[in-house]
Design a protein around this ligand. Structure first.
Ligand SMILES: [Fe+2]
Ligand SMILES: [Fe+2]
Length: 292
């Protein structure tokens, strides 16, 4: 058995706190990362999957500060960008420069093998108001959604065909599925899912070796399984429940667990009474995914 962990939406390099469904306390992240470093030392994951919104503020310094905090965890990690990382052409450049050493071939769309698993990482683009897709937004008001562009779907199809004999995990910042009805509340903040999530799911379901897709963005925990594909959506690290996913990889299955930090005070500071539901139900917090 070996392990990897998923962290998502750490929103690093910012002193600006905010409010989503619970408090998003970016200013506590250096302490959260220190605590996570101590916690991970007991787990010894082979690597970390960091599914986007790694940096929170639009500046080169913020992206490099985020990179330094990620590096301080002391484990190999695979980064991907989210809407906070990839807003402009220059922010994409900062991201690629900062995380160059962690991006296979220096690209934000990539795949890699680790032991008995294959991983594919996607980089969805912004949908503009005229329906076209672009890797950045010219004006924050015109970016109204996200989708996996056709050339990435083509790349994915050929990569999956090439690695069809290896159980595969996909990762992307934006979920391919909507928030399930059982999780919905009134009022509820919903950052949105991929416009072409159904298309992406169909492609992945057709390639039977694809077992799971990891994402973030919605700042809540849920897990749904459809047609043999398990969608794992994970909460944001500076927001309640301040958790990450731990995955045990066996020859024949993945076992997924949800872990809080050793220091529970971070989660307590973020929680707004009545919003505990973002942690998910028991079925959103652990699962077993067969690999055969
Ligand atoms: Fe986020
Ligand atoms: Fe996001």
């Amino acid at each position: 058995m070996w392990r990897f962990v998923q962290i998502t939406d750490p929103h690093l390099g910012s002193q600006t706190d905010g409010l989503w469904n619970n408090r998003v306390i970016c200013s506590m992240m250096p302490d959260v990362i220190s605590c996570l470093r101590r916690d991970l030392a007991e787990l010894h994951p082979d690597f970390i999957l960091a599914t986007g919104d790694i940096a929170s503020q639009h500046s080169r310094d913020a992206v490099f500060a985020a990179r330094d905090l990620m590096d301080s965890l002391g484990y190999p990690y695979y980064p991907m960008g989210g809407n906070h990382d990839f807003t402009t052409e220059e922010s994409r450049t900062w991201f690629t420069e900062a995380f160059w050493a962690h991006l296979p071939k220096g690209d934000t769309v990539y795949s890699f093998n680790h032991k008995n698993l294959h991983f594919c990482v996607l980089d969805p683009w912004w949908r503009w108001s005229d329906g076209s897709l672009c890797p950045f937004i010219p004006d924050p008001k015109t970016g109204i959604g996200w989708a996996v562009p056709p050339h990435q779907i083509e790349w994915l199809e050929s990569d999956l065909a090439e690695h069809r004999f290896l159980p595969t995990v996909v990762a992307t910042h934006y979920p391919a599925v909507q928030i399930p009805k059982r999780m919905q509340r009134e009022p509820m903040m919903n950052a949105g899912s991929l416009d072409n999530g159904d298309l992406l799911s169909e492609v992945l379901e057709r390639h039977k070796q694809v077992k799971a897709i990891f994402s973030g963005h919605l700042h809540m925990n849920f897990i749904v399984t459809r047609n043999g594909l398990t969608h794992i959506v994970t909460g944001s690290l500076p927001e309640y429940p301040v958790e990450y996913r731990e995955v045990h990889v066996h020859e024949d299955r993945l076992e997924l667990f949800t872990r809080g930090l050793g220091d529970k005070s971070f989660a307590a500071r973020s929680l707004i009474e009545g919003k505990e539901w973002t942690a998910g139900e028991p079925r959103d917090r652990s699962t077993v995914i067969p690999l055969s």
